[in-house]
Design a protein around this ligand. Structure first.
Ligand SMILES: C[S@@+](CC[C@H](N)C(=O)[O-])C[C@H]1O[C@@H](n2cnc3c(N)ncnc32)[C@H](O)[C@@H]1O
Length: 192
């Protein structure tokens, strides 16, 4: 099987990639996490989805491609430049709410909300506010993270953060979890 033969790349993906290179964005999500997110989101018609860490909107493009017309998605990033770019690409889609705010603050103000899938791609919702964000996953809903495989550009000590997060998730008896050494190192977890 050739897992790099991905045929359903979102139309806007190439343009966002170009923009990413133009502004020198160094943290874009890869196509593997993208295609996985699209597939999982496609399993949730009329779904409610949350992304923490909009970035330049690459993973967002995949998520949006998987959504049906009755689904809603909120995406949060604290960088005004990146939020401005995401608004250019996705601002007219009424299913999408693009929020320029610190993720920790946003999570604390939306604790009662529940989602069918959360892609946590920023420090908040991953290395902080982890119990709060897991509380926001519906029964049968997904909590997805990537960047779990060691990278040469990780700052000193980051491996300890990653190990601590994996250990925490493995001990959560209310979630079923699969670790994948694929893409940048993924964890797929589902609330029981
Ligand atoms: C790995 S990148 C996200 C990449 C993005 N998913 C994509 O596909 O392009 C992490 C993002 O988290 C954002 N971020 C960092 N700290 C944050 C915070 N405290 N609250 C919200 N967003 C934050 C950064 O601005 C950055 O865009």
């Amino acid at each position: 099987m050739n897992d790099t033969n991905i045929l359903d790349i979102p139309k806007i993906h190439q343009e966002i990639n170009r923009k990413s290179e133009e502004i020198g964005f160094t943290m874009p999500s890869d196509v593997f996490i993208g295609t996985l997110l699209k597939t999982l989101i496609s399993s949730k018609p009329k779904g409610r989805f949350l992304e923490l860490g909009t970035g330049i909107g690459l993973s967002l493009a995949w998520m949006v491609d998987g959504m049906d017309t009755n689904s809603k998605l909120i995406t949060v990033d604290n960088d005004p430049e990146l939020i401005g770019i995401a608004e250019q690409y996705f601002g007219k889609d009424e299913r999408i709410e693009i929020v320029g705010r610190d993720g920790t603050e946003w999570i604390k103000h939306h604790q009662k909300e529940k989602f069918d899938l959360i892609f946590a791609d920023s420090w908040p919702g991953k290395y902080s506010e982890i119990s709060e964000i897991l509380d926001m996953v519906k029964t049968g809903g997904f909590y997805i993270i990537d960047d779990m495989t060691a990278q040469p550009n990780w700052p000193d000590g980051h491996q300890n953060n990653v190990d601590g997060l994996i250990d925490y998730l493995e001990k959560r008896e209310d979630f079923t979890l699969t670790k994948l050494n694929w893409s940048t190192g993924l964890i797929i977890s589902v609330r029981k």
